[in-house]
Design a protein around this ligand. Structure first.
Ligand SMILES: Cc1cc2nc3c(=O)[nH]c(=O)nc-3n(C[C@H](O)[C@H](O)[C@H](O)COP(=O)(O)OP(=O)(O)OC[C@H]3O[C@@H](n4cnc5c(N)ncnc54)[C@H](O)[C@@H]3O)c2cc1C
Length: 399
């Protein structure tokens, strides 16, 4: 029996992944309805990239993603590449530029990306409803999905969960997708805040907190991961791109190691100084290659500063090693309040990597951040949202 609230597919979440899925399915002639509890669509796209949306990364490969199954993301990423999204952006006349390392940003505003997605959805006949809180989801005997919402009942043979992760709860992030996954028998891997500033307590906090605002290039390392970029000292700890990147790999108790002079052979540098600047104090010379206040602080707490001629070779080696491998014990992260992403989520073992469909509940799909696939900083997370959304949008069946 046909019902006016029937359609071919319901998508929960009008974010990056949900809209990409909806427009891809709509283009194939499916009647798609997107439901979102927020007052407007794509809030995270709007706030992303400092208002300019770092919408993709031209260098995105599966190696840029974390997941319990690192192979899972391969199929979707291969079938919807950054170049597909760039083609869309260009077709809509949106000017963009590369900032660094393949990161593409809008020249003007992330609003343009949202306008583009909405125009594509409108053109594909997609209906989008905001202010639509979902109260209950059930599966009918006929295997259809019935949603009880603030705006009435909706039914469809396919349901796509694109409700995102837990980061920035003030923007309407909720654990909804995880609860729904569990309701349908899916495993959910433990979640934690990712791409997030780290906090310091105790000695490190005391020694560094008044340097808030000081930034320096570092190579941050944790386990086998390493990222070379800027670190920013904050009132609560450390942030900046190098730290946000490494935070994805860091867990409480792990030690971070920082190369404070990345790309420099510190042994050779110190020996050169000892030959050529024998009477200079180490503190003075370090202030030439590091932010001055940071160099001074290093010499107050970690390194004994003397004129270079006074160091024995073994002492110089030790100082070189410290500059290369400065140990820092973070106490925690700033949490979901400021995290850009959520690590963990719906276990990919329960999903098809080609279609994002549940292996056990036909017609049920999970895409975007709610899935246990998390990208690095730099446009990789949107690329996953586009690629996984596109994969599901191509696969959704008709009524
Ligand atoms: C400050 C910030 C900056 C970022 N910058 C970048 C960047 O520049 N580049 C990049 O690649 N990534 C960036 N990210 C990450 C990126 O925004 C996310 O990875 C991406 O938005 C995930 O897309 P998604 O569609 O899965 O989820 P979301 O975009 O979060 O969309 C989920 C949607 O579901 C809705 N929803 C949630 N719960 C419910 C519910 N119960 N009922 C109905 N609807 C619900 C939400 O309202 C939302 O509209 C940034 C994140 C943050 C927080």
């Amino acid at each position: 029996m046909s019902h006016s609230n029937d359609c071919d597919a319901l998508v929960i979440g009008a974010g990056a992944a949900g809209l990409m899925c909806a427009l891809a399915a709509g283009r194939r002639g499916l009647r798609v309805r997107v439901l979102d509890h927020a007052n407007k669509v794509c809030k995270k796209v709007l706030m992303s990239g400092g208002g300019r949306c770092n919408f993709t990364n031209t260098g995105a490969t599966p190696a840029n993603y974390l997941s319990a199954n690192p192979h899972f993301c391969k199929s979707a990423l291969a079938r919807y590449t950054p170049w597909h999204f760039i083609e869309l952006v260009e077709r809509h006349g949106i000017a963009y530029h590369e900032k660094e390392l393949g990161q593409l940003f809008c020249d003007e505003s992330s609003k343009q990306i949202v306008a583009m997605l909405l125009a594509e959805c409108a053109d594909a006949g997609v209906e989008i409803r905001t202010h639509c809180a979902i109260e209950r989801v059930e599966r009918t005997d006929a295997g259809r999905f019935r949603l009880h919402t603030a705006q009435g009942r909706f039914e469809a043979p396919s349901l796509v969960v694109a409700s995102g992760g837990l980061s920035i709860p003030s923007m309407g992030a909720s654990g909804f997708g995880y609860t729904l996954a569990k309701q349908f028998g899916h495993a959910v891997l433990p979640t934690r805040a990712g791409l997030v500033p780290l906090t310091l307590t105790g000695k490190h906090a005391e020694r560094l907190h008044d340097l808030a605002g000081v930034a320096l290039p570092v190579e941050a390392r944790c386990h086998d991961a390493s990222f070379r970029n800027f670190m920013l000292i904050t009132h609560r700890g450390i942030s900046g791109p190098a730290i946000l990147q490494i935070s994805n790999y860091w867990q409480p108790g792990d030690e971070l190691r920082l190369d404070l002079l990345p790309g420099t052979d510190t042994n050779a540098l110190l020996r050169d100084w000892q030959r050529q600047r024998r009477d200079s104090e180490l503190r003075t010379l370090l202030a030439d290659v590091l932010p001055k206040r940071f160099a001074q602080r290093l010499c107050e707490h970690w390194i004994v500063s003397r004129p270079l001629r006074q160091y024995a070779p073994r002492e110089l080696d030790r100082i070189a090693a410290l500059l290369r491998d400065w140990p820092l014990m973070a106490s925690g992260t700033e949490g979901y309040r400021t995290a850009e992403v959520t690590l963990g989520g719906v276990d990919t073992d329960g999903l098809s990597s080609a279609t994002m469909m549940s292996r056990t509940v036909p017609g049920l799909y999970f895409i975007g951040e709610v899935v246990d696939v998390t990208g690095w900083l730099g446009g990789y997370n949107f690329q996953w949202a586009w690629a996984s959304g596109h994969a599901a949008g191509q696969a959704l069946g008709g009524a």
